[in-house]
Ligand binder design. Structure first.
Ligand SMILES: [Zn+2]
Length: 278
């Protein structure tokens, strides 16, 4: 009902940019992982967490923050199969052993196939900071989750910053938790995209925009910003502009410089995001 008070609330935890061990990049800032979010959606008694961060320290701080909300954590939903969104899961589950970790079948499959290889990479970049055990999610057997009877709808968004990605839509709050389908004034992981995957990514952003959310929490964001729905159009524009430069055959350095010039106030001017992981 318009004007009625939502039964649910949400709160966003932002883990700050995290420097990592890697050779100095040819372009951009020294290596640092872009700021990451986890979102807690809660009612009077119960809560669902969306995404579980990367390092042990991040996940420990996240678990403390969840505990401050004094709700029963029933479920942890993982939006997609990238380790920066689920390698902290085992730490959170240790603190909240009654919670169930879930994801779509596609994401569970990505986690199953890629966890060992991703763990190798992340353990090199963040030595001593990645949990020994990387917990996996179980496949969700429905197209939605619930908090106290209210739906959190899973939106399949296909190939965006990886394959089989998803977002969550919470009609009661007019909220979309976008995972990495949208970014909030943070350079996007477009380095690995192709013309086809960019088209699919833009279509996914259109799908989220068609829900007309009042707020969008992105997986990566400038921590000083709120959660406006305008990030959907801005992310779409970023991918479109990047595609135009790629199609024009710009050399790496020029491509990087052009993106930073077009988005001068966006955080994480990282070579690995804009030009890809080498
Ligand atoms: Zn991410």
């Amino acid at each position: 009902m318009p004007g009625s008070r939502p039964a649910l609330s949400y709160d966003v935890f932002v883990a700050p940019e995290a420097p990592f061990a890697a050779p100095a990049p040819r372009v951009g800032d020294p290596p640092a992982w872009d700021p990451k979010t986890s979102t807690l959606i809660f009612g009077a008694r119960d809560a669902v967490l969306v995404d579980a961060l990367l390092t042990v320290r991040e996940a420990t701080a996240l678990a403390d923050w969840i505990a401050l909300h004094d709700r029963r954590l029933t479920t942890i939903y993982i939006t997609h199969g990238h380790g920066d969104h689920y390698f902290g899961l085992s730490v959170v589950l240790d603190r909240f052993p009654d919670a169930r970790a879930v994801a779509t079948e596609g994401t569970v499959e990505q986690m199953r196939k890629s966890t060992p290889q991703q763990a190798n990479g992340y353990r090199g970049w963040f030595p001593g900071q990645i949990a020994d055990t990387i917990a996996q999610a179980e496949p969700l057997d429905a197209d939605h989750l619930e908090v106290e009877g209210l739906p959190l709808q899973v939106i399949e968004t296909g190939h965006t910053d990886t394959v089989d990605t998803t977002a969550l839509h919470v009609p009661d709050l007019g909220l979309v938790v976008s995972g990495d389908v949208a970014y909030n004034h943070c350079h996007m992981f477009v380095g690995g995209t192709t013309a086809d995957s960019r088209a699919e990514w833009m279509a996914a952003l259109d799908k989220l925009a068609a829900l007309h959310p009042a707020a969008v929490v992105t997986g990566h964001k400038d921590p000083t910003r709120g959660n406006p729905p305008s990030v959907l159009g801005e992310s779409r524009g970023y991918i479109e502009y990047y595609g135009q430069l790629r199609d024009a055959g710009l050399p790496d350095q020029d491509l990087f410089d052009a993106m930073v010039a077009r988005y001068p106030d966006w955080v994480s001017r990282q070579q690995f995001l804009i030009l890809g992981i080498t």
